[in-house]
Design a protein around this ligand. Sequence first.
Ligand code: CP
Length: 328
Amino acid sequence: MNKLFGRDYITTQEWSKDEIEEALKLASDLKNKKHQGIPHRLLTDKTVFLFFFDKSTRTRNSFEAGITQLGGHGHFIEASTSQVAHGESPKDMGIILSTYGEGIAIRHDLVPGEGNSYMRAVAEHATVPVFNMQCDIDHPFQTLADLMTIRERFGDDLRGKKIAVSWAYAPSYAKPLSVPQGLITLMTRYGMDVTLAHPPEFKLIPDQIALAKQNAVEGGGKFTIANSMEEAFDGADVVYPKSWGILELFGKPEEALKLAANYKSWICDKKMMAHAKKEAIYMHCLPADRGNEVTDEVIDGPQSVVYQEAENRLHTCKSIMALTMGGV
Ligand code: CP
């Protein structure tokens, strides 16, 4: 059996670079097979439980379509309609679902300090792999797809390539911090020159900043914090501007959105893109607040790779499930 059989996937940091390499290799293989219509039923009759405390388009559907293509089945569970809403413990859920199926995936991303701990509590008692479909700390399925997308454009050796991870204005809702945190901690491991930019109130979790700095040292890359989107974009190969909320204000979303409105100029438009290299790519995990985080001209323009990036969610998700749930 594959050495990754039974492994949780809660943060990218807990997988070695060799293990991530294996996941990316299988993801590319599965992508080719899907494009060529070659069946790849690696998880016949296996079940993954998909437990959502928050809304989703890409994550839910990449898991559901992915497990179907692998020959298994995904159960969608909305936390509010399960006994978790009545206080059922993560321990009981981990033990019981482990007797029903082969994987447990959880999205719990809207309450800082809760999501990651919750999935670790499930994992402590589960005997099947637990997958993080986005928490307060990381969104490892997203950033793995992002890494795959960046490599498809620039090749496997990303040393010295500059990525700008910038806050952008969005009026829709206070988005989790997990995507920028996942990006700065993963891309620094690959020797990238990672520049983070945000208005002063929109800081990331200090532990994740410290981890990005440590990863940059160990990965031979750089980690810098800039004061503006323009500064972050200067000379960038990859730009990833997106909104996120204020750590201390997730319980008071109206206050956070009011503060965010002071920074409407943090939008990725054509003028902003001109700061990056001519061949730079524009990325966003989606959903994007069009007209606020980014103009239509940029997100629909030739530098945008958002649909390739979203498609890669399917292939990377299938790869992680196949490697950990006994498919290869
Ligand atoms: N990028 C992402 O996780 O999308 P969803 O919120 O739609 O799942």
